[in-house]
Ligand binder design. Structure first.
Ligand code: ARG
Ligand code: GLU
Length: 735
């Protein structure tokens, strides 16, 4: 195998060249390590501030203006009154929760006219990073390469508890430790979390979600994907639960907003909380992801989405019920398709093989490293090959359960019953009531008609694509009872199940525990659900668990090996929902032969896409008239209104709502998406086609000021002209 790899390593010089070029903007870097690792390069690319202006524990710095929003998005402070900017799609649930038929803020937008009108959001929180410290030595104390995985987990767990207990922090702060570089390093984060976060403003969906699923992940893009919140604190400035007495938090730093816009090749950086990447996988794992797992997941979602879409187009009620579910199912599906295509187009697997050949050559040239890491990469690749069928069949199973809603519900009920079995019968009433309370809202957006058809199609796909040895005898038997027909199975399940309505479910679960535990095996839906789950656990999950353990261990060792063997390269840790900075340049790209994409869009493009009455491409009347009058105020340029732009910043899910900053640390844009060709950047970044998509901040200001008339919010901000100032300052310096 090694031999074969070396042979395939003779790749055209061009490949190696693009790979080298790709490195300039690749990476999600730790803010407290910039001065050593990145500052010089950042300045070389045009940055005018220093690493200490970005991260500083002794005084306010850029990092103090950035928050993790609810753990799933990023937000940034843009005024001394803690006005918080994030995406419309990040604020979506909050906006939706305040909406009713009379006051549909999703459709019409929402603008608080005073602070008193700003709306509290139960459960929404923001987290600041106070400081970051390397605690690797303490975390790994007592573990060595011969420690078993089980012992390792236990020892580290104990170490981390100790570190957290001893961490120096204020009583209102928290300590959190996360592994980096696949568990080779550990960092401590002291954080501050505020739980009174109020909705301040949101454009209508026809601006904030313009283009919806059709344009999602795509460039050219014309979405004003932003919303505004405000962080409130107790009168003492400390975190406090919601209270009408709370006051806007006085931030340590907030971002000045640039009115000068961006130009091609401008330096930009994106500061935020990227969720998860896997950049250091061996070639077999990249192959498994795009040739196996993505294919499986996409096939299941394609089938489900086609059916749901058919119903949504015919039935207004179903359209509303399934809008959010459809969007999230479609969002990941489209990303995976982009990922498969992108890896193929950029020869991602071949490049990974070439990389491994270089690694192996260097390893073999160093006797002591060779002794330490010999065979690690080969074993890891071999393991991934064995693991492949399990990973793919795990995805099929998860997609089946996820997309057939009655099976998801069945799974929750069964989990609850297993829980009771463990805790004892006395726990039943409480656990049952919790489940019932959590599921009541499920039925509001559930249509048995739709789910019936989805189940029929996905059961057919599942039993056709997953070999029976991964399904097991029990489920296969039940499948045969309906003649291996998804339609017959669905007819049976959906005509006579206790799960079909909330009242039926309640009546069913309100029987004594023992009766429920017996009856659960005769309900047609839970009967199939239990059989599928048992088969999955026995034939996929359990046999794969050991392999997964080995993979984790080898992936960790391989990470360390790469860092030691390829010691001329800089390595950034995979994203893990911690604060990172990524930087790049404003730039268009060539997605395919003869196609080139410009780096920015304007309101002209919104009007080109405008389809009156369409649920994705309608344009509000007010915006059309502002366009007709070219009434862009101070936000337009030469009679045009900029809308979105792209750059080579390396971002991922979780970076939604992250600020795009100029060379001085001023806000120039708001990150919300990536281009389709580049969604593979989670496993295979390539600067030639990976671009992040941002709303131009001038469009945000224009919508707030000119469209919504919420000038009070713009007045709170600090608007700056960095480019004009630089031009003015230049001659003075020479004199
Ligand atoms: N693709 C972006 C992300 O991954 C935006 C998703 C929200 N927009 C949508 N049309 N579903 O979150
Ligand atoms: N829309 C994504 C999010 O919500 C960001 C786009 C990406 O995945 O890069 O985090």
């Amino acid at each position: 195998m090694l031999q074969q790899m070396l042979k395939r390593a003779v790749l055209p010089a061009l490949l190696v060249l693009t790979q080298f070029r790709a490195q300039a903007t690749e990476g999600m870097w730790l803010p407290h390590l910039l001065s050593n690792m990145n500052e010089k390069e950042m300045k070389g690319m045009g940055m005018k501030i220093s690493a200490a202006d970005i991260y500083n524990v002794n005084k306010g710095s850029l990092k103090d203006a950035i928050v993790s929003l609810g753990g799933f998005c990023t937000g940034e402070l843009i005024s001394s009154q803690s006005l918080l900017l994030t995406n419309h799609h990040c604020g979506y649930a909050a906006i939706q929760s305040h909406s009713s038929v009379q006051n549909n803020y999703l459709d019409n937008g929402f603008w608080a006219r005073t602070q008193a009108e700003e709306l509290p959001n139960k459960g929404l929180f923001v987290t600041f990073i106070v400081k970051i410290e390397d605690v690797t030595l303490q975390a790994l104390q007592g573990v060595s390469r011969s420690t078993t995985e089980k012992d390792r987990v236990r020892i580290i767990e104990e170490n981390l508890t100790k570190i957290k207990t001893n961490a120096k922090k204020e009583s209102y702060q928290d300590a959190l430790i996360k592994p980096f570089y696949e568990g080779n390093q550990y960092y401590l984060f002291v954080t501050e979390t505020y739980r009174d976060v109020r909705l301040v403003g949101a454009p209508p969906s026809s601006i904030g979600k313009f283009g919806s699923d059709t344009d999602n992940w795509m460039w050219p893009r014309h979405t004003g994907d932003f919303s505004l919140f405000r962080i409130y604190a107790g009168k003492d400035g400390r975190p406090a639960e919601y209270s009408p007495e709370n006051v806007p938090l006085k931030p340590k730093h907030f971002l000045p907003v640039s009115l000068d816009g961006i130009a091609e090749n401008d330096f930009t950086m994106v500061f935020g909380f990227p969720g998860r990447t896997q950049e250091y996988l061996p070639s077999e794992a990249v192959k498994l992801t795009v040739e196996g797992q993505d294919v499986a997941k996409v096939s299941m979602r394609d089938a489900a989405l086609k059916i749901i879409d058919g119903f949504m187009r015919q039935d207004e009620k179903i359209k509303i019920q399934y809008a959010a579910k459809y969007a999230s199912t479609a969002n990941a599906r489209k990303k995976w398709i982009g990922e498969m295509q992108g890896v193929q187009q950029t020869k991602g697997i071949e490049k990974r093989v070439a990389y491994e050949a270089e690694y192996t050559k260097r390893l073999n040239g160093n006797a002591s490293l060779q002794a330490k890491y010999n065979g690690v990469l080969d074993s890891l690749n071999a393991l991934y090959r064995d693991f492949g069928p399990y990973a793919i069949n795990r995805d099929y199973y998860n997609e089946l359960i996820r997309n057939v809603e009655l099976l998801s519900l069945s799974d929750k009920i069964v989990t609850m019953l297993y829980d009771v079995r463990e805790k004892g019968e006395a726990a039943y009433p409480e656990l049952r009531d919790k489940l019932l309370a959590a599921q009541e809202s499920f039925y509001k957006d559930f249509s048995p008609k739709v789910d019936h058809d989805v189940a029929a199609a996905l059961l057919d796909l599942y039993f056709t694509n997953v070999p029976s040895r991964y399904i097991g005898g029990e489920a296969t038997q039940i499948w045969m009872e309906t003649n291996k027909s998804g339609k017959q199975a669905a007819d049976k399940y959906y005509s006579n199940s206790a799960l079909l309505s909330y009242d039926k479910l309640k009546a069913f679960l309100n029987k004594p525990y023992r009766d429920v535990a017996t009856a659960i095996f005769s309900d047609p839906v839970t009967r199939m659900g239990i059989a599928l789950r048992n088969g999955y656990v026995e034939h996929v999950n359990n046999p794969a668990a050991g392999m997964q353990n080995d993979i984790n261990r080898l992936q960790r060792v391989y990470m360390q090996a790469q860092m030691e063997v390829l010691d001329n390269r800089r390595f950034y840790p995979d994203a893990n929902s911690t604060l990172r900075i990524t930087y790049g340049k404003v730039n268009g790209y060539k997605p395919a032969d003869a196609k080139t994409y410009d780096y920015y869009t304007t309101l002209d493009g919104v009007m080109e896409k405008y389809k009156p009455g369409d649920y994705e491409f309608d344009v509000p009347e007010k915006l059309r008239s502002l366009y007709a009058a070219k009434d862009y105020g101070q936000y337009g340029v030469n009679g045009k209104m900029p809308v979105c732009f792209i750059a080579s910043n390396h971002t991922t899910g979780g970076n939604s709502g992250s600020p795009a900053l100029d060379a001085y640390g001023n806000l120039v844009g708001l990150n919300f998406d990536r281009t389709w060709e580049g969604t593979m950047s989670d496993i295979n970044y390539d600067a030639s086609i990976c671009r992040n998509i941002m709303v131009d901040i001038r469009y945000v200001l224009f919508i707030i000021d000119k469209y919504a008339g919420a000038k009070r919010l713009v007045d709170e901000m600090k608007l700056v002209h960095p480019k004009k100032a630089a031009v003015k300052a230049a001659p003075a310096k020479r004199a």
